[in-house]
Design a protein around this ligand. Structure first.
Ligand code: NAD
Ligand code: DAU
Length: 349
């Protein structure tokens, strides 16, 4: 039986990866290691928490003793590393927290993996889940390719870029068999309502303003989270050692256009007159260092591994909105307490 450690499995993308791996591979023992920060929520995994091939471990990836102990205890054959501080706005307020978790945490995991296997790499793999933000920003044209030079602009993307470099360096220096993927913006069920889509759904439900940064003409490439989880499964099993793969939705939207579509779908689903939700749109102060445009060239993973998204954006967005409408308790739980403080600090400036 293979033992696979998934870090950050109680978070948004991680919970979808854990669910897929636990259900698809009964022959694997899946360990979900998560610190349960504000972004981690075991409620995301209620449907699989009693499965025999699933174990939850509460802990911090920066805690060297703890990490070394669990590597010794469970001898993980593979690591799928998603644990991170993930929100750009929070990285602007508290950059050191991002350096600690995203850089140091990744190094602690790499060290533990190296120490455990001592060069016996047959059947082993370290999978680092990264972001397209490491490439910086595009102008009006062009796409991020795997060979695009790194040029990060936010403390978040700089910390992710740094962690990517360490993974690569451990591969070159110690031979660790790694793969890295750099993915575009995800959306879907269980995303914490600090990110654009769930934040705006929550604000429409609670009749709060929809805070559009700057002129709203920033562009992102959106991918449904389950399709990202499918890509991670594929790259974990079929990707080539020491390679990186870009993952994207072939789906670019200017923020303001996406927000208008979201408002229309919300009006329809809530049986409100057309234009009701859009009245909440409010232009606010821009994010410092705001990247103009991200767009991914995902042709490598498509050609070499046969991956492509399984749903259109309209389908994915509809599934996502329905999930939030049917899980208002989840939303209420995650937006009580500290969320209110965060919201005031971020938006009442
Ligand atoms: P998230 O913020 O929803 O979840 C992060 C998880 O990591 C949480 O469960 C949190 O409790 C856990 N965590 C944080 N610090 C930890 C620590 N020190 N020790 C152990 N666990 C800790 O993030 P997400 O959006 O699911 O992103 C997951 C990964 O995917 C991140 O590495 C992120 O950089 C990357 N990524 C995200 C996106 C996106 O659009 N969300 C796109 C591309 C790549
Ligand atoms: O590209 C991948 C990245 O996508 C991931 O690595 C990050 O973890 C993830 O958070 C996401 O980063 P973004 O900064 O692109 O996502 P966010 O949802 O925060 O913002 C999307 C766009 O919407 C961006 O241009 C900023 C804008 N925005 C965001 C918020 C929260 C607003 O206009 N208003 C807002 O309130």
């Amino acid at each position: 039986m293979k033992a696979i450690l998934i870090t950050g499995g109680a978070g948004f993308i991680g919970s979808h990866v854990v669910r897929l791996m636990v259900n698809k591979y009964p022959e694997y023992q899946i360990f979900n290691l998560d610190k349960l920060t504000y972004a981690g929520n075991l409620g995301n995994l209620q449907d699989i928490e009693n499965k025999e091939n699933y174990t939850f471990l509460k802990g911090d990836i920066t805690d060297e003793n703890f990490i070394n102990n669990i590597f010794n205890q469970y001898s993980f054959d593979g690591v799928i590393h998603l644990a991170a501080e993930s929100h750009v706005d929070r990285s602007i307020t508290d950059p050191l927290a991002f350096a600690k978790t995203n850089i140091l945490g990744t190094m602690v995991l790499l060290n533990a993996f190296k120490t455990l296997w001592k060069g016996q790499w047959e059947g082993k793999r370290f999978y680092h889940v990264s972001t397209d933000e490491v490439y910086g920003t595009l102008g009006e044209t062009g796409l991020f390719e795997e060979t695009t030079p790194y040029d990060p602009n936010s403390p978040y993307s700089a910390s992710k870029a740094s962690s990517d470099h360490f993974v690569r360096a451990y591969g070159e220096t110690y031979g660790i068999p790694y793969v890295i993927t750099n993915c575009s913006n995800n959306y879907g069920q269980n995303q914490f309502p600090e990110k654009l889509i769930p934040l705006f759904i929550n604000n429409i439900l609670t009749s709060k303003p929809l805070p559009v940064y700057g002129d709203g003409n920033y562009t992102r490439d959106w991918l449904y989270v389950v399709d990202h989880a499918r890509a991670i499964d594929l790259v974990y099993h079929k990707g080539v050692d020491h390679e990186t793969y870009n993952i994207g939705g072939f789906n670019e939207w200017k923020n303001i256009d996406l927000i208008k579509v979201l408002c229309e779908q919300m009006d329809q689903k809530l049986n409100k007159p057309k234009g009701t939700s859009a009245q909440l749109i409010t232009y606010v102060k821009d994010r410092p260092g705001h990247d103009l445009r991200y767009a991914i060239d995902a042709s490598k993973i498509n050609k070499e591994l046969g991956w492509e998204p399984s749903v259109t954006f309209e389908q994915g967005l509809s599934i996502t909105i329905d999930w939030y409408l049917n899980n208002k308790e989840w939303l209420e739980n995650v937006t009580s307490g500290n969320y209110q403080k965060y919201y005031e600090l971020q938006y009442q400036k």
